[in-house]
Each structure stands twice: as C-alpha cells, then as structure tokens.
Design a protein around this ligand. Structure first.
Ligand code: G3H
Ligand code: 13P
Ligand code: NA
Ligand code: ZN
Length: 297
C-alpha cells in the first residue's frame, strides 16, 4: 500500500535511486516486468492509465482496475519484491474517487498540468483532500509543467518546463506527495533524438524545494529512450520515480508480433505469447540497486 511505497521513496531519496514505474494493460507485460524486477531484486511500480483500465475492463474502467489489481496482487504473491500499483495520468475525479474507495492502488497521479496554474493547483488539491477525507494512505502525484507527446487521453504539442519557484508554491498549496516535473523528456515512441534534457533544471527545482523545507520526491515522465548516463544525471536531483510506458509495452508487442509472423502455425495465444514474454524479459536489461535504465527505445 501507500505507506510501504512512501518508505521506498524515502530510501530512494536517501540513496539516490529511481524506482521504475512501468505501464501495463494486460498480463504479459505485467508478468515480464515482475520477473525482470525479481531477477534484479528490485521493487517494482506498475501503472495503469485510464485507457488501460478501459481496455482491461472491456470498456468499463472500474472493472479493469479491479481485474488488473487482483491479477497484479495475486501474481505478486509469488515474488519477494515489493510490487506497487500507481494510477497514471488520471484526469477524471469521479474515477479517482472510486479508486480511493476501492483502495486498490498505492498511488494516484492527478494530471491537471494542461490547466492554468491556479486550476492545476485547485484540481490537484481536491484529489489530496479526497484522500485525506477517506483517511487513506494512497500517495498523490501531481504535475507542474507540460511534457510533449501523447499519453493516453492527454496530448501536448509543446513542452513547458517546470519553474522552480512555482514548484514550491505548487507543492505547498496542493499538498501533493510527489511532483512530476517537465525537464525536457517527452512521451511516446516518436520523440526522436531532439530531446533537450535539462538536468540543471531538475537540480534547481530540487534545490528550491529543499530551501523551503520540502523533501518531495520528483517524478520523471517520458523516460523511455533517455540514455543511461543522462538518466544517472537526472537521478542525482531527487528523481525517485522513472516513468516508462513505451519502452516495455513496445518491446513486448514488437517481440510478440515478430514471433507470430514467424510462426503461422501458432493458433492459440499461449503459443508464441509465452515465448515473447520470455524473450522480452530475458532481453530486457535490468539494472541492480533498484534503478532501471534501458535506453533501447
Ligand atoms: O494490486 C495492487 C498491488 O499489488 C498492491 O500492492 O499492497 O504491495 O501495495 P501493495
Ligand atoms: P514514455 O512514453 O517515455 O515511455 O513515458 C511514459 C510515461 O511517462 C508514463 O506516464
Ligand atoms: Na497523503
Ligand atoms: Zn507520463
């Protein structure tokens, strides 16, 4: 739950590692990630977008959350690592209310970063208050700044970097447990090589927060494709959660697609899918010490 995850973030801040947060929408990628994380003796944070919940729930996001939550929790019992669930880029307050009531995730990200500052504060604050009112331990992540690219139902054509002073005001006013920042990463496969990464800005945000007594863990979205040395640079500045969606989902899907194309006689899903899952987690590079960085997408 949220309490346990909070202690992982405390450790991450102390020791300077980032916990990978990877999106899933179905069991194959989920099991590949658990196996990979277990081999590295690393805790794992899985995350579900609204779209993933709808997909898993045959159109009903609450059904999808329950199904995936149960699936994750049941399979996680086979492993000794900590497996946590985050709700990624949530925009629907009614759905968030249901998530809190069901008490399935360990954390929820409210993404109102596309709204003007005051509205972003108000919406994010409302979610923190919902958690408090329910006397829940679920951690709340909120975002300030805007990351370029498409993520589920949110599309941003332009990036807006996070302003360090605004970050202090934002965390102070919202009471968010984690802060997602925009420091040059982008969402999606199409980000190419034109990333203008700003570890210096991550440093300034972290410094400004600390100057105001705020030890808020920072979140890096759009981390697929960020090179290991670039990521290490970012991890020095309080980034404790490293979001990757494209990297593993794309890798698995591509692997499965190739296997099916090469094996037309595979007529039931487990034929090929299990091979794909195996190839996927065998070929996925998992770094030790809980910080995972794999630059291949
Ligand atoms: O389904 C949700 C997750 O498995 C929760 O795991 O109890 O370790 O936070 P956790
Ligand atoms: P990528 O598109 O780089 O994998 O980022 C995923 C993400 O930020 C999910 O919230
Ligand atoms: Na809280
Ligand atoms: Zn994201």
């Amino acid at each position: 739950g949220g309490e346990e995850l909070a202690t992982v973030y405390d450790e991450a801040l102390d020791e300077g590692f980032g916990l990978i947060a990877s999106n899933v929408a179905e069991p194959n990628v989920m099991m590949g990630l658990m196996e990979g994380a277990d081999r590295m003796n690393s805790d794992l944070l899985l995350q579900l977008s609204g779209g993933a919940c709808k997909f898993a729930g045959n159109g009903d996001p609450v059904a999808g959350l329950k199904a995936m939550g149960t699936y994750i929790e049941t399979i996680a019992e086979q492993y000794d690592i900590g497996v946590f669930l985050n709700m990624d880029h949530q925009t629907n307050l009614e759905f968030i209310e249901q998530q809190i009531e069901l008490d399935i995730p360990s954390s929820i990200m409210i993404d109102a970063s596309h709204e003007p500052f005051d509205e972003n504060v108000a919406t994010s604050r409302e979610v923190v208050e919902m958690v408090d009112a329910a006397d829940s331990n679920i951690l709340i992540e909120a975002e300030l700044g805007q990351i370029k690219g498409v993520e589920d139902e949110i599309e941003a054509e332009e990036a807006f970097y996070t302003d360090p002073e605004q970050a202090v005001e934002f965390v102070d006013k919202t009471g968010a447990d984690l802060l997602a920042i925009s420091v040059g990463t982008q969402h999606g496969v199409a980000k190419g090589k034109d990333l203008e990464l700003r570890p210096d800005l991550a440093h300034d945000i972290r410094q400004e927060l600390r100057d105001h007594g705020l030890d808020t863990p920072l979140v890096l979205h759009g981390s697929s494709g960020v090179q290991p040395d670039q990521l290490q640079e970012m991890l020095k500045h309080g980034i404790c959660k490293v979001n990757k969606d494209t990297r593993y989902q794309y890798e698995y899907t591509r692997t499965a697609y190739d296997l099916y194309r090469e094996t037309p006689e595979a007529i039931v899903p487990p034929e090929g899918v299990e091979d794909a899952r195996d190839t996927f987690f065998n070929e996925t590079e998992w770094s030790p010490d809980k910080s995972v960085f794999d630059p291949r997408v």
